[in-house]
Design a protein around this ligand. Sequence first.
Ligand SMILES: *Cc1c(COP(=O)(O)O)cnc(C)c1O
Length: 583
Amino acid sequence: MSEHDDKPFAADAYFLGPKSENGSWVRGEFQAILDHWFDWRRSLFAEDPEAISPARRLSPEFLREREVLGQELRNLLDMLRSEVPKFTPRYIGHMVSELSLPALLGHFATLLHNPNITSREVAKIGAKMESEAIAMLAGMVGFDSGVAQGHFTGGGTMANFEAVWRARYRLDHALSLALVLAERDGDPLDPFMAAHMGWREFERIEVERNVDEADLRAASMVLGNPFDVARRIGKCTGRDYLGPVLITPGNKHFSWQKAANLFGLGEDSFWNTPLDQEGRVDLTALEERINEARALGRPVLAVISVAGTTEAGEIDPVDKIADKLEALKAKNIHIWHHVDAAYGGFFCTLLGGKTEDVLEPAQQNALRAISRAQSVTIDPHKLGYVPYSCGAFITRDEHAYRASSFQAPYIDRADVSDKWRCTLEGSRSGAGAAATWLTGKTLGFGPQKFGKIIAAGIDARKVFTKALIKAIPLVRPLRPADTNIVCFSLAKEGETLSQSNARTLAVYARFQAHPDFSVSKTVLGAASYDALIDQHLKGHDGVRDEDSLALLRLVFMNPFWTNPETRDQLTPEFMGLLAGFIE
Ligand SMILES: *Cc1c(COP(=O)(O)O)cnc(C)c1O
């Protein structure tokens, strides 16, 4: 715990404010950015002539053009008046809210310079900022920021794809090595064991056994012909090779389905682990899935855990999953562990501070264990208060960061000029990196400042939930609620699930049609949430006649809920509205 922990910190003052309270300060900073932009141009190549002469700029024809542009711009601004107002504390719908000022200013300043951080050649500063910002995020989740690697992505979906891309290469290359040895030297081939040897072992064997790169390529499902390679594996093992499986928890984000689809895995390779009655990965079930894969001779592409589920903000027992995978590692089974912390990565800012106790100890331990994974997804554009589009993919070290490699090149942290080789995306904006960078330089990603904003959201959720239960007897909160999201159904004692689902969805529709508050809904299916649905119904003797549970969902990440006047005005107003919506 730091001595600075006790210092008062005006978390919400780091935002523009629902009444543009910080307007004149922000105007000054935006002005400074524009001044810098104009001066920068003038100061460079000062001897060069002006390019746009007054006669052209100020010709009557062009002045008319300017007028049209001005009108259309004002049209655009007019249209934007009807955009969803996400700055207000009345917006508790999705995982988005007011942007922080460091993020907004960093984004805007960098936008004007338009760096494409795919290459140092076109983004000298942008690329440097990216490595520094990645190091900050890496430190936040507990990686050694001096050795962690990563890059910014278009979002969490892309970052998750990056993990699959790497895990697939590693698995594929190890398997191809084993296949070459089986065919060339008659080594026994166990696809499951071979695929999980890990990069280091791969490199050792490759050199020791003097394996030719061309042979490896020909035996690779990614670089060669997958159908031919599968046939050859089958020939060596005496049974058909059915390919790897991707083990995801039932609470996963939809992007994992997309990943399986995109990487040609087929639905059959997409294995869901059932959840326990708290909606978290069932550890026994996870172990069973791994054993099942092993028995079928199918390698595990990766095990995914979720820190901060999209539905309810819940945190998987990442530590216990890491324990299981480390126990396997001791048996030379290296399974890739990726933590999808797109939403929840920023809860790590609470750790080590006084306010970490807003989280239960189990969730603190889970967050601390993110650093034991190979790779992690973080979405600054969610709980980082950074503008879209800004996701990040981070690996513990350069071994995990490597995509395809038969030769084991060393990725020099300082040399990011070839970043495009190791990113799925090509051109990438530096604005998100800069927004994250400036946030890290000011708010930091620790408990002293940023963590207080995050803690305030969790507190707000707790206070609001209490008030909800008190005001509206039909409110049945989903338990547990680990973080800053509350989900609830509206159910009468002893009624059927279909009745309460209908009521909950009807109330959601009324909120949708009402401008005063934005809420969201989620529907949990029994395929993954079977035990949780039963547990939820128990609380009010609900009768299960349906296989899904509809919930209203409120996300408390808006920083202004810390303001007592805001809370005291909006809470009863919301309750009144909700009560009126229930028939
Ligand atoms: C939002 C989210 C994603 C996807 O992120 P995008 O930025 O929307 O692409 C992935 N995983 C989890 C857990 C998420 O909450």
